[in-house]
Design a protein around this ligand. Structure first.
Ligand SMILES: *Cc1c(COP(=O)(O)O)cnc(C)c1O
Length: 421
């Protein structure tokens, strides 16, 4: 079994906890940077390669700024994410706006900051034109429908709410061309947390072939293909990481045989990964509050699904390290729970762990994407702080924990006294 390691020792973590009480998410800056550089290097054969970090995975401007310095843009899908990108110093074509069911204000904002708009539906061409005007560059999101099998999280493409059909794509580009759009991109996202590189090579092939067909039929030139995100990470220690080299090599072969051979180059390859970029480099740090022994053994933490929803909503595995007990026998099965009044508030079910006691520090791995970001306030639970383990070893708070005042901020108690019932 491959070991899941932590970028800090128990002693270092105890020191951090002295000033930053649990629970919190902590991100490893050094590892995030190294991974970003590897991704860039792996795709360096493509001159225009660019990763647009999917902001929804970890919407923290400090993380975005680190990634921007590495040359990444931002993939946004809401007004708040556009504003966040802007605050992090990312604007213009360094922003990919890949939204769906989009309100007009969001298109207006995206146009105002010159983000590249990735349309989710053919009806959005007219909608965008009406509310914000058509830009000179447009991307469209393709949904291959029954042509391609989806994976577990994303489901079958034909059931998915996203994207244009094939026929709509041809029609969409034609309409845009007639209306004066002169720069084009194409996008597809049909997988989530996928560890098989072939999946992305196939998607690239489908998109390259579409580029060839549409270019020929409509006499337009494509500038980029956006392979989107969905690249998986090994949450389970036995899983192998995706073979990024093979992914890149496979895409390159298709690029050469379809794009270069077809005289359609150069074409920029874009990605908009979230999970792959920060997922493995975030950790939820929590303490055991209670041990409960009924029909099962339960370890109750001071974190709850408000801090990390994935186990509860997807049954997702997140590895757990009990600090200082790494080498003790893992022979007791625990349900590791939070305090929400919801029985699915469990980080793990029947997980074999060393014997736990109140006060133990528990680290939940791979929470760097779709972790803190998915947090919510049901049951009056507050979202935790986010910390950054800098590459010089220091620790910086990059988001404070919510307070009860934050939770009450949308309520007006002054009218309550005079409120007659
Ligand atoms: C969620 C999402 C992503 C990022 O997905 P990951 O699985 O985190 O890589 C990218 N693009 C779009 C349009 C998305 O909705």
């Amino acid at each position: 079994m491959k070991k899941k390691l932590t970028p800090f020792t128990k002693k270092q973590l105890e020191k951090i906890i002295e000033t930053h009480p649990t629970p919190f998410h902590i991100y490893d800056e050094k590892a995030i940077k190294e991974n970003a550089r590897t991704l860039k290097t792996t795709f360096s054969w493509n001159e225009g390669f660019k990763e647009f970090f999917a902001v929804k995975a970890a919407p923290n401007p400090y993380l975005m700024k680190i990634l921007h310095k590495e040359g990444f843009g931002a993939d946004c899908s809401s007004l708040a994410e556009l504003l966040l990108a802007q605050k992090a110093g990312i604007t213009g074509e360094e922003i990919m706006f890949s939204s769906n069911d989009t309100p007009s204000e969001e298109f207006i904002k995206a146009r105002e900051i010159n983000a590249t708009i990735n349309l989710d539906d053919i009806s959005h061409i007219a909608f965008l034109e009406k509310h914000a005007g058509l830009p000179e560059i447009i991307c469209m999101r393709y949904n291959p429908g029954p042509l391609k099998k989806g994976n577990v999280i994303i489901g079958h493409p034909e059931e998915a709410k996203y994207g244009f059909t094939r026929e709509q794509l041809f029609e969409g580009y034609k309409i845009c061309k007639v209306k004066g759009v002169n720069r084009f991109g194409i996008h597809a996202m049909v997988a989530s947390n996928e560890l098989n590189a072939d999946y992305f090579v196939e998607t690239a092939e489908i998109l390259f072939e579409l580029v060839a067909e549409i270019s020929q039929m409509l006499g337009i030139r494509f500038e980029f293909v956006n392979l989107s995100g969905g690249v998986g990470i090994p949450y389970i220690p036995e899983q192998e990481p995706i073979d990024l080299e093979a992914l890149s090599r496979g895409v390159k072969e298709k690029y050469e045989s379809i794009i270069i051979a077809g005289g359609l180059g150069p074409l920029k390859i874009f990605t908009e990964c979230g999970r792959y970029i920060t997922g493995p480099y975030g950790y939820l740090v929590s303490r055991v509050l209670h041990i409960k022994d009924t029909y099962k053994k339960f370890a109750g933490l001071d974190a709850s699904m408000a801090n990390l929803m994935r186990p509860a909503i997807y049954g997702a595995y997140h590895h757990i390290t009990v600090m200082g007990k790494e080498n003790e026998p893992h022979n007791i099965a625990y349900d590791v729970t939070g305090s929400l009044c919801e029985n699915n508030d469990k980080f793990a079910i029947d997980r074999l762990l060393p014997e736990l006691e109140p006060g133990d520090i528990v680290v939940i791995h791979d929470t760097g994407a779709h972790g803190h970001a998915m947090g919510f306030n049901y049951n009056g639970k507050l979202r935790s702080a986010e910390l950054l383990l800098r590459d010089n070893g220091s620790v910086m708070q990059i988001r404070r924990a919510e307070t009860i005042d934050d939770y009450f901020a949308t309520l007006d108690f002054t009218s309550l006294a005079s409120f007659k019932v």
